[in-house]
Design a protein. Sequence first.
Length: 283
Amino acid sequence: MSNIAKQEREEENLRLIEGFSLLDDELMTVVFDRNTEATELILNIILDRDDLKVTEVIAQRDYKNPVSGGRSLILDIYAEDSEGKVYDIELQNENSGADVRRARFHSSMLDTKLLKAGQKFKEIHDSYVIFITRKDYMKSGLPMYHVERIVQETGKLFGDGAHIIYVNGSYKNDADPVGKLMHDFRCVSAADMFYRELKDSVAHFKETKGGQYRMSQAMEERIAREREEAKTEGRIEGRIDTLFETMKGLMRTMQISAEQAMTAMCITEDDRAVLSKKFTGGQ
């Protein structure tokens, strides 16, 4: 890449970073990675607690499927608390990504790591899969939706320790903690945010040279990872679909054209031709 092209790419990245909010994966993952304070904040709010202590937070944690040929996962945010409970926090911008069976799969994958050989089943810790969705996935106008197994004949909770929560990212109510939290997730400016734990980190990654550099790295790493995953798994159409969804996300966030989005993503000429046809309905 020439110096001019590199400079143009860096300038385009800065434009993209300016328009990111915590509802964009690129910003969310760098803000919460290793950030126990911010993760404690959102978990305490979502779980309606004030005493939860996070001991470990890892962004983009790789979960390999133990079954040969089985689908693996990369978790947006993986966290553990002082009680041994584990949390998978996922950001879903499209309804297709928030499918209920995906939540079930995430929950089952967490379970594969929670019990070591020789341990008793009753020792398995609780797990939480939390989907923060840009839109109201359940379409009932509520801030959150808690999914629990129940015994149908009695109506009592099954109590197996597996919990799934959908958080409505479009919920607006500055009078309650969840509403304020979702307000902060939608903000593109740190100055407009309520919670200091989020405001300070967002300001760092969006407004300082060091933070912007890390953001640019994260963007490059994500695009490279998605390309490599598609290449490794041999799913050509799946790779194009992934690039197409990423492109639409950039267009929506930054209000830019398809051509500008493809330039920002360094799309190859071959893929550019396919994506252009897909975008105009040619495929």
